[in-house]
Write a protein that binds this ligand. Structure first.
Ligand code: SF4
Length: 463
């Protein structure tokens, strides 16, 4: 593909918007692999030709069309869409029609750069004459990722619910993988098993995505998967030290971009729990509800009745989303925890309470730093033996988190590691992880010693 330089402020709003996806191919960048595949399948259940884009294969395109100052997820996703389009043009030849595609790049309002990815990518697509008519569709955190306008009639709420269910199930598959892989009877069993399980689950989402039986069908399949997964565990292997991952949402879940940090940690003897995708969605609903409450209080002080009604409607809408999300999430986790103790998710209001107790940060500031800092506090108070912050090099919330948590983690005496990532392998990464894992083992042994003493002490008291 030949690019022409063409810069214009039209890229800020032309060819980017909320488009009806009917009869179009909806291209979804991979954000949490399992969840993205399940979500695409769920959307196909609504008659949308959705598909998860392959990732990291177009890295050279990404590098060629960014300056190096953009965030790493922007570079990777730019490469992914160009790679897809190149292959599609080759496949279809003269029949290639850019009008048939919508590339979905969600956005959020400030203060970091995520809201600019789709504008930047518009400029990149515009630099290829044959891709100027490929549309970039978005859903936005401003309205709690509503699908209004992307789908016909009254299906916007239903498709959002299916999308959320796919996210929670994707999280469960991720956590299941991390729970069983360090204890598998034979190397490679877990990855092969979970890959197959994801495809089986995709079939369920595609077949029942737009039906009222979706939830029950998904839960039946999930329980079957979990029962089989438990057979993979070699129960003679003792429990390993537990490491929690927080950080930037794209990087922490993108194996290639974070240089396979979870497998590297497992190789050095850890069991890992990664922060879920659903936590971000719950946080956005919570954040919007807080904002609307603030707007309501302000308009009440100003005696502006219309504004008060406007904000109270918003409070109700965002609160309903949050209650629904947390209810579904809790029900799903509860339904299988008698089979296997996969880590449950953080409750967003609990995370805010933790920040307040430590006076460490404020939800009013926003961004992922709220969740990363509080997530670290939560891991430290729980049974974790170490925490890692994974983020793109130069990421603003990632750097804020680092600056705040270092003194906190040393006071809480929990090993902590920063893992900034870019496309090159960070020099010293392996050595840093080995050193970190040494500290994690010390922490693990100390916890075990204290627990044993405590149990013995209890026995003496009982005797
Ligand atoms: S969270 Fe970090 S990587 Fe993502 S857009 Fe913001 S600054 Fe960039």
């Amino acid at each position: 593909m030949e690019s022409e330089s063409r810069t214009s402020f039209q890229s800020l709003n032309k060819g980017i918007g909320v488009y009806n996806a009917k009869d179009k191919t909806l291209l979804m960048p991979q954000l949490y692999r399992f969840a993205t595949h399940l979500m695409a399948a769920g959307f196909r259940g609504f008659g949308i030709k959705a598909q998860a884009l392959e990732t990291y294969k177009g890295l050279d395109f990404g590098k060629a069309h960014t300056s190096g100052k953009e965030c790493l997820p922007c570079l990777i996703t730019t490469g992914d869409i160009l790679y897809y389009m190149q292959n599609e043009k080759r496949r279809l030849g003269e029949n290639f029609n850019p009008d048939n595609y919508i590339y979905l790049m969600p956005e959020s309002d400030g203060p970091c750069r995520f809201g600019m990815y789709n504008k930047y990518q518009r400029m990149v697509l515009d630099s290829f004459p044959e891709l100027r008519r490929v549309r970039i569709g978005f859903i936005t955190s401003i309205n709690d990722y509503s699908f209004e306008g992307m789908i016909d009639g009254n299906k916007a709420t239903d498709i959002r619910k299916t999308g959320y269910l796919s996210i929670v199930i994707g999280d469960v598959l991720d956590r299941l993988t991390c729970r069983i892989r360090p204890y598998e009877k034979e190397r490679g069993l877990t990855d092969a098993f979970v890959e197959e399980a994801m495809h089986e689950m995709e079939d369920i989402f595609e077949t029942y995505g737009d039906t009222t039986v979706l939830y029950d069908k998904v839960l039946d399949k999930l329980h079957g998967i979990i029962r089989e997964a438990v057979q993979i565990i070699d129960h003679t292997i003792p429990r390993k030290p537990l490491v929690g991952i927080v950080g930037e949402i794209y990087l922490r879940a993108h194996d290639q971009a974070n240089h396979d940090i979870i497998r590297v940690l497992e190789h050095h003897g850890a069991e890992v729990v990664n922060t879920s995708f659903a936590e971000w969605i719950n946080y956005i609903s919570y954040h919007r509800m807080r904002e609307a409450k603030r707007g309501f209080v302000l308009s009440m002080k100003q005696l502006r009745l219309r504004k008060m009604i406007h904000y109270i409607k918003k409070v109700i809408a965002f609160k309903s989303n949050l209650v629904y999300e947390q209810y579904i999430q809790k029900r799903i986790y509860k339904s299988f925890r008698s089979f296997i103790d996969v880590a449950e998710d953080h409750h967003v209001s609990h995370l805010e309470d933790l920040l307040k107790q430590e006076d460490a940060f404020d939800f009013d500031i926003g961004t992922e730093a709220c969740l990363s800092i509080s997530g670290i506090l939560s891991y430290a108070r729980d049974r974790f033996n170490g925490v890692i912050n994974v983020y793109p090099f130069t990421c603003m919330p990632g750097s804020v988190t680092t600056s705040i948590v270092r003194p906190l983690t040393s006071r809480l005496r929990i090993p902590y590691l920063d893992a900034p990532c870019d496309v090159s392998i960070q020099p010293g990464r392996e050595a840093a992880i080995r050193t970190f894992m040494y500290q994690v083992y010390q922490h693990f042994k100390e916890r075990e010693r204290l627990t044993n003493n405590h149990i013995q002490g209890e026995k003496i008291v009982c005797a």
